[in-house]
Design a binder for this molecule. Sequence first.
Ligand code: ADP
Length: 394
Amino acid sequence: MSNKVLAINSGSSSLKFKLFEMPAETVLSNGQIQRIGFDDAIVEFVLNGKASKTIEPIADHGQAIKKLLEMLLNSGIIKSKDDIKGVGHRVSHGGSAYDQSVVVNDQVKQKIDELSVLSPLHNPVNLKGIVEFEKALPHAVQVAVFDTSFHKTMPEEAYMYALPYDYYEKDGIRRFGFHGPSHEYVSEKAKELFGEEVSHKVITCHLGNGSSLCAIKDGKSIDTSMGFTPLAGLVMGSRTGDIDPEIIPFIEETRGLDSEGVRQLLNKQSGLLGISGVSNDLREVQKAADSGNHRAQLAVKMFVHQIQHYIGAYTADLDGLDTLIFTAGIGEHSSSIRQLVCEKLGYLGVSIDDTKNQNNEVSIESQDSRVKVAVIPTDEEIVIARDVVKTAGL
Ligand code: ADP
């Protein structure tokens, strides 16, 4: 049976969507509303293959959803709201409670709310999206798809922190990992494109505003760079990534910051932005670096250096490397970052073809490379839509 399924990613002031005909996986419409809460919200849609962009007031997520449904109805893509049978919501943190996607009920909503302490930037707005869609589409099944689920296969030694064991048992402190749907999608896609034989030992580099690497053995995550929260691992747009934990009480004492102040500092004022003083956007940082700004050059070097560290470590975990995959905003578009990263990986047998790299081709390794190097656009939405079908039995 054929069903229309929405995949939703709600941010604090944005709503991104893709409408699929499932199980054919045909994209019927996609788009996003940004600057929700402002008089000049940006409403972008692709309807029947035609792109449109308008600027108009959108007061809140409820109104954004109303707008989305109106556009789908007016374009004839849906005849009635009831045509949409399922809505999949990307939810940042599933904690230890959820190692797979789940149909939303009151208990699930309560748990997502409780887990907001672990993902304060994302879980509350993800929940808001769910609640608003329940109101707007009461007949559709709502499914929560967690960023953390894909990493459920990590072994104990990869997910434990060396705190007293009690903190794991009582407080649930452990590595969870994020960007699951993206790591899953690109590794599966690579297998489809290049075959099983180069898909046993894979490293996926999701490099965007938030960035994480994942070591994937035979399709299963065995380690990943984000941790208990999405703050860990690589230096990111405005997040520190890993730092010596002793820095935190030191800053609290020397700068007189409370825990909220520290959280803001580590999440919003650090990373590429904090080092360069220019921007959290890599394109801006690279522009400044190219014009000789030392701090911008340093930010780029730190980013590349840390990616290389993780690739080395994960190759050891995997006992080799078949395929290295780049994805997300930076991974898909920045040939210079890919080139800088791969420059030092000759010892692993990685070698890339400059022309293919500059053209963002799917396979960018040179003929003599012992490792496949791929650029695969991520598609978290299709993973969400597939999970809706599977979880809700549509
Ligand atoms: P998010 O984590 O917010 O989903 P994205 O995956 O969209 O982020 O990635 C955003 C990042 O991608 C930004 O740092 C941006 O500068 C970078 N980016 C996007 N396009 C390009 C490009 N053509 N060249 C270099 N970097 C790019």
